[in-house]
Design a protein around this ligand. Sequence first.
Ligand SMILES: [Zn+2]
Length: 236
Amino acid sequence: MDIAPLKWMIIEKALRWYSKVLDMEDQRYPKRCLTRLRALAERAPSSRNNWYSQVSAICSEIKCETFLSENDKKIRVKLMNEALNSLAIQLRSQDVKSAQQTHFNNHFRELSVNNCTNYLTSNLPLYQVRLVAKLRMIGEKRAGLNVSGVKADFESSKPCSVCNMPGAKDTFSHFFRSCLVFKKDRKRWLGQEAITDSEVSTWLDANQSAKACKLVGFIQTAVRQRAIITNEGFLR
Ligand SMILES: [Zn+2]
């Protein structure tokens, strides 16, 4: 959805506030505090509890040191905006890199992390968007899904709790792709009795609304059935 990272938002607020205080008249209390903090920072530059030192450290990090002492408001704002724009690009590329290197979820690095995916801006109901987002970020070793109040927990160290397939682990990947118990529902919603490993990313990308709806439909049906089967087994 192209929301700015939290780090960017905090830095932006700090710089804008600094710029605003700098433009205040000298007798205003915030300006007097800033002048004092600045004098103290010059005496002890490494002081961690000095707000001016903290802003100064941020400016060094984003390479806009001249912003701190620039008295011309227009030039100061220009310097700040340029630094913030390049920081946004840098943070975005860090996020993309982290997502592509993650081992938390085998499919996350295959997803369209470079661009905003369509499901976020489509006309899908919010609960469907939230479910697709949850599925895209689901863990491989342990995972918990709550679909309309029905819970499904996956634990990869255990065998699948609903089928007797040899070697079938209790993971979301097995549940979604190949668990035999859900093959009819898979056929009905996704058009196939089983999903190959490479097809998982295409489904989780949910590029078209119709595809996202089918994905959500299958997950809702299968999670509900899984809960019924698991509870019946427990009561026996
Ligand atoms: Zn199974």
